[in-house]
Design a protein around this ligand. Structure first.
Ligand SMILES: Nc1nc2c(ncn2[C@@H]2O[C@H](COP(=O)(O)OP(=O)(O)OP(=O)(O)O)[C@@H](O)[C@H]2O)c(=O)[nH]1
Ligand SMILES: [Mg+2]
Length: 371
């Protein structure tokens, strides 16, 4: 016979098991609401001694963490994931709980036992079309970034506003503030790019070799910022200027105007600013797939167009063949740039498997458009 106390114990264990199963099933960030309303903390009396860590690099199952409470000069801690994390991925920018040897001594290995709830998650997919395997392949670029620094060279390689538009969609979708960072201003002027974004209140900075970085430093101070951009646009060059001891490898741009993918993984570096803050260098990407963004959220990357859609008929898809889509009249009235509408519609088409997958980020009006 099962006594009252035993039954309580059985019920408790069942709850624990059910909760664990849910944790294993979970996607690493999209938390499905659990069936039970019991607070999950019940299952976490262990690892109360865990110390806080911030993940600055990930390399083949080894995570480099800094201990925010230990001060900027403390050694970094190498950690592996504890099995109890299940399938949850750990990415640069994650705030984690660490147990084990957190001394940072050579050969010491700690374990990551917890991942703190993320304030933001920047994702991209390999392709736009969610019906393909590639489109479903979703990558978390970084966690907990406050600011997305979209790095575009003004020449060599030439700017691609379609790519910038995609990054803007990703930023708005992830609730991360965008900042446009135009590099190689010594090689070409920013007028064409800035003209394209006139309607948006998009903050931007211009970068040229040797010139001061004061404006950029002020915008980065005290925040976690992640740099994204094509290979060869100068992300690592910029990081080396901002954080002199960073020593990030820098590669030449090859003759056809493409970078060489010099950086191969994301790394967070502490800014030497008194206000603190982190800058995350990432490897160059060819494109920024948006299969994970709903058609509706896609529009939020185009704040210059959103207002017009209140006049659209119900269920308007905003595509070019929607006869009564209000966006055409909006652009015809001069309220937004027709190139922005074309870019939005290209993204819509690309998500449904149409469009040119080879150069999805090239817009007419870009320096190399049509070539
Ligand atoms: N003229 C000029 N060249 C620059 C500037 N910034 C970077 N470069 C050059 O551009 C090339 C590529 O720079 P990287 O910093 O490696 O570019 P990246 O964006 O980190 O490239 P990946 O790591 O491949 O994604 C190097 O030869 C840099 O010297 C700039 O402001 N002006
Ligand atoms: Mg680089």
């Amino acid at each position: 016979m099962v006594g009252h106390g035993d039954r309580q114990e059985l019920t408790r264990r069942r709850d624990v098991l059910a909760t664990r199963r849910r944790e294993y099933d979970e996607d690493d960030v999209r938390v499905r609401p659990g069936k039970s309303s019991r607070p999950r903390t019940r299952t976490r009396p262990r690892h109360e001694d865990a110390v806080d860590g911030f993940v600055v690099a990930v390399d083949r199952g080894r995570y480099t963490c800094v201990l925010p409470d230990a001060g900027p000069d403390a050694p970094t801690v190498t950690a592996m994931r504890a099995r109890e994390l299940g399938r949850k991925s750990v990415v640069v920018g994650d705030r984690v709980g660490l147990v084990g040897d957190t001394s940072g001594a050579p050969g010491a290995l700690a374990r990551i036992v917890r991942i703190a709830e993320r304030t933001s998650v920047l994702r991209r997919t390999a392709e736009d079309d969610a019906t393909t395997a590639e489109g479903r392949l979703e990558r978390v670029v970084v966690a907990n970034a406050d600011q997305l620094v979209i790095v575009s060279a003004l020449a060599d390689p030439p700017p691609r506003t379609g790519f910038i538009d995609r990054c803007l969609v990703a930023a708005f979708d992830a609730d991360i503030e965008p900042l446009l960072c135009l590099t190689k201003a010594d090689l070409a002027g920013p007028e064409a790019v800035l003209d394209y974004y006139t309607e948006l209140e998009l903050p931007y900075v211009l970068i040229r070799p040797g010139a001061e970085l004061g404006a950029l430093r002020a915008l980065l101070a005290g925040r976690v910022s992640v740099l994204v951009g094509h290979s060869g646009v100068g992300k690592s060059t910029l990081v080396n200027r901002l954080v002199p001891e960073a020593d990030r490898a820098v590669g030449a741009v090859s003759a056809i105007g493409r970078g060489r993918h010099t950086s191969t993984s994301a790394v967070a570096l502490r800014l030497p600013d008194a206000a603190g803050g982190w800058i995350i260098d990432t490897p160059g990407v060819r494109s920024f797939g948006l299969a994970h963004v709903s058609a509706e959220s896609l529009l939020h990357g185009f704040p210059d167009l959103v207002e017009a859609t209140v006049d659209c008929p119900a269920n308007c898809q905003h595509t070019a063949d929607e006869a009564s889509c209000a966006l055409d009249a909006w652009v015809a009235a001069g309220k937004a740039d027709p190139r922005r509408l074309a870019s939005y519609r290209r993204l819509l088409a690309s998500r449904s498997g149409e469009g040119d997958p080879r150069e999805p980020e090239r817009n007419p009006g870009d320096p190399l458009a049509g070539s």
